[in-house]
Design a protein. Structure first.
Length: 140
């Protein structure tokens, strides 16, 4: 199985589990806008937690093993933050899929809120391997 196919399968199975959990949460309070907003935020939080779990300690031995992952969405476009990760023990395809899900959900939340903001793009930070113990990827 190719890496992309495996990542898609992992993403689908993880998302299926999350949807079941969220359906239980969403079914408790009827169909109010407040419940829908809470469930959307819960979905965003679940995806972000999965991303952080997959990134783990971001162990590295050199700067070449470190990357940044764009996360979230700004009202005017672009990522709202960047997380450092290491390519040593991370399935980059699965991580990219989860980041895309997070971006889509975040943009949906902004659209539902009618959010506006200054049209400034965040500068993509540089990733590096922090050589202090424990060795891990950081951003500057």
């Amino acid at each position: 199985m190719t890496g992309a196919r495996r990542a898609a399968g992992v993403r689908r199975s993880w998302l299926a589990t999350a949807v079941v959990a969220l359906a239980a949460v969403g079914g408790c309070g009827g169909g109010s806008d407040k419940v829908e907003a809470v469930t959307l935020q819960a979905r965003i939080d679940l995806v972000e937690a999965e991303v952080k779990t997959r990134i783990g300690p971001a162990s590295c031995t050199s700067d070449g093993e470190c990357r940044v992952l764009p996360m979230g969405a700004l009202a005017c476009g672009g990522a709202s933050k960047f997380l450092p990760y290491s390519i040593r023990a991370t399935d980059e395809a699965a991580l990219a899929g989860l980041a895309a899900d997070h971006r889509t959900l975040s943009a949906q939340k902004l659209a539902e809120q009618g959010a506006v903001g200054p049209c400034v793009a965040l500068q993509v930070p540089a990733a590096y391997c922090d050589l202090t113990a424990p060795l891990s990827c950081k951003t500057r």
